[in-house]
Design a protein around this ligand. Structure first.
Ligand code: P61
Length: 439
């Protein structure tokens, strides 16, 4: 625990950027659910069974079996985390001048698509950009938007459609099975592949089970598999659903793409049977994947997030509705209507929340959206959010209560809060290292 004086010093030293705080300065850490979940007794036991052979570790074959069984993809290329897989698939599939339609951008995914010469085009439904819309599947694709991209650029310019389960930047919103089937049908007509960002696929499957007609009697595991079966390949950050501290993979059905990816992984990640992970990491991941599709686990995990969401909603705090699965997202535009978007309301709010209680959250607004590649202007996203991300199996209900109290406290005092100005801006993924000063 820290005093207000400690926190004032810490946030100034961190340039009002929660990514630059030291963890010892943080009381409840809601920066991310990435690599921060608690591993189970079985996963820890798995760490003890690491086979650290350079080549052909038995943990790799275990992981491969689990991925075949639960996700169904034919080939596995392990990587050190999600962006390692994004790098490889983007470099292999995207050519200069290509376009990649997707259900809202994700920071690292989009950057890798651009670095490979592509342009990302957002085809998510309009409701996803509206924090007040109560539509339960705000991760859905607008099929007219997708058709429009195909008509405008031609199918040969579209290496794949990028589909995330769930959509992180929209507030952790799921895509429906119905919509995914329709995307499959449309892309099949043109021979376009679907590459699946499956980072939180089990959470998406749980939301389908709970909210989509006809899925109540299917298990999270069955729905997860059905989602994967509608796609051609996937990138995975195993630090989320699969509850490991580090790890990820690329999975792909196409033999030729696999051949290239397996070759490329040895340049950037490591040998094709470990790809940047230790044998023990692969073992913990294999076990974590099985745990991630457990219905009871998912009920507790998403239930905890929704408990916090309900509390904040009842207190009148503006949040993205309906609550997503991996965190609660504060609507900073409504929270701080007097702070213009170019004074970074979400960055400001995250800093204020830290000052109030030592709760660390993450900006997901104009800072995260970066600059337009052509004009150099800030991208101004409709969603200007602060993400209160909940790690899995870490915090208790009492923590949720403390978090809600602190957010409510900042909300009551919101009129006194002023914005920030950016004084240092890195070239890539600026939100990680940018620095700010109080206006
Ligand atoms: C997170 F501020 N997510 O949510 P890697 N796809 C998706 C992710 O959520 C994801 C990756 C790919 C993080 C970590 C993070 O702008 C940021 O294993 C849907 O992190 O490489 C990661 O997977 C990339 C935080 C990433 C960020 C980028 O907290």
């Amino acid at each position: 625990m820290t005093t207000l004086k400690d926190r004032e010093k810490a946030i100034i030293e961190a340039g009002y950027n929660t990514f630059l705080l030291r963890s010892r300065e943080v009381y409840i850490d809601l920066l991310t659910d990435s690599g921060t979940s608690a591993m189970s007794d079985r996963q820890w036991a798995g760490l003890m069974m690491g086979d650290e052979a350079y080549a052909g570790s038995r943990n790799f074959y275990h992981l491969e079996d689990v991925i075949h069984k639960y996700y169904g993809y034919k080939h596995l290329v392990p990587t050190h985390q999600g962006r390692g897989a994004e790098h490889i698939i983007s470099q292999i599939m995207i050519k200069d001048g290509d376009v990649v339609p997707g259900n809202m951008y994700f920071t690292t995914t989009k950057l890798h698509q651009e670095m490979a010469g592509g342009k990302f085009i957002d085809i998510i439904i309009d409701a996803a950009h509206d924090p007040e819309s109560l539509y339960p599947f705000k991760g859905d694709v607008d099929l007219n938007k997708l058709q429009n991209v195909i008509d405008t650029y031609g199918a040969e310019k579209i290496p794949y459609v990028s589909i995330a389960t769930t959509v992180n930047m929209a507030g952790g919103q799921p895509i429906s099975m119905k919509n995914l089937k329709e995307i499959r049908e449309l892309t099949d007509n043109y021979g376009i592949k679907i590459i699946h960002d499956m980072t939180r696929v089990a959470e998406n499957a749980f939301m389908i089970q709970q909210k989509e007609e006809g899925y109540r009697d299917m298990s999270v595991a069955e729905i997860t598999r059905a989602i994967c079966d509608l796609t051609d390949g996937a990138t995975m950050s195993a630090k989320k659903d699969a509850m490991v501290n580090i790890g990820g993979f690329l999975a792909i059905n196409d033999d030729d793409i696999f051949d290239e990816a397996r070759n490329m992984v040895v340049i950037f990640e490591g040998l094709h049977t470990y790809g940047g992970m230790a044998g023990r990491d692969m073992e913990a991941m294999a076990i974590g994947i099985v745990e991630s599709v457990d219905d009871e686990h998912m009920k507790a995990r998403v239930g905890q997030v929704h408990y916090l969401g309900n509390k904040l909603h009842e207190a009148g705090v503006p949040i993205v509705k309906p609550a997503g699965t991996h965190g609660i997202f504060l609507d900073a535009k409504k929270f701080l209507p007097h702070v213009p978007q170019d004074s970074f309301p979400a960055q400001t709010l995250a800093a204020e929340l830290y000052l109030d209680s030592g709760v660390r959250a993450m900006e997901r607004g104009v800072v995260s959206a970066g600059r337009n590649k052509e004009t150099g202007e800030h991208n101004y996203p409709a969603l200007e959010l602060v993400r209160l991300t909940i790690p899995r199996r870490v915090y208790t209900q009492a923590h949720m209560d403390v978090i809600a109290e602190s957010v409510e406290n900042v909300f009551v005092n919101r009129d006194n809060i002023k914005g920030l100005k950016m004084i240092y801006e890195p070239k890539y993924l600026r939100f990680f290292q940018a620095r700010f000063e109080k206006l």
